[in-house]
Design a protein around this ligand. Structure first.
Ligand code: PNS
Length: 177
């Protein structure tokens, strides 16, 4: 009898910071695979609020209840990371309408780079479908705990508020810190 290889998927993103939308996708995607590797990567098009170590820490705390996830940081090409993880599937959480053109472009670029890697699109449930870290970064300076609670886990609200209150004159962290 041949042994089946474990089904591994990678869920990449900036996670700056992790939202309840990300968490919804993680919980659901983790049920589809033996192992789900959360890849914290670098999006050169976005200004970061948290450094990679902080993001990993926030994710780790958010997913303690999900047994088969692993969290890793990656710096190179996403498809190389997917292959290094021994995976053939990458999961992208997409928001309906707004994300589709960019996500299709990214999917086709990744497909061109690695034909053995498939992209699986998932949409977070209900109201969470429209949440994004970029939206959080826009509203967080103007919103209180109650306004942020539909979008972020409690410990992430703490971290965002601490970051915003820490030293407003400091430049935000860069991705490579
Ligand atoms: O959460 P994000 O910001 O949409 O995540 C984007 C991320 C980090 C997954 C993407 O920018 C990425 O894959 N970066 C690594 C470089 C790469 O492989 N780019 C090719 C995709 S077109």
């Amino acid at each position: 009898m041949t042994e089946l290889s474990p089904r591994i998927a990678v869920y990449p993103g900036s996670f700056d910071p992790i939202t309840l939308g990300h968490l919804n996708v993680i919980e659901r995607a983790s049920r589809l695979f033996d192992r789900l590797i959360i890849g914290v990567g670098m999006n050169i098009g976005k200004q970061a609020m948290f450094c990679p170590e902080e993001r990993l820490h926030l994710i780790r705390e958010a997913v303690v209840h999900v047994e088969n996830v692993e969290i890793r940081h990656f710096t190179g090409l996403l498809v190389d990371f997917v292959r290094d993880c021994g995976a053939k599937v990458l999961v992208r959480g997409v928001r309906p309408i707004t994300d589709i053109p960019a996500e299709l472009t990214m999917m086709m670029a990744n497909r061109r780079l690695a034909q053995d890697v498939e992209t699986l699109f998932m949409i977070a449930d209900g109201e969470l479908a429209h949440v994004s870290s970029s939206l959080i970064k826009q509203i967080a300076p103007l919103a209180g705990r109650e306004e942020l609670s539909p979008f972020l886990p409690d410990h992430v609200i703490d971290a965002v508020q601490a970051k915003l209150n820490s030293s407003p004159d400091d430049p935000v962290h860069t991705e490579l810190e």
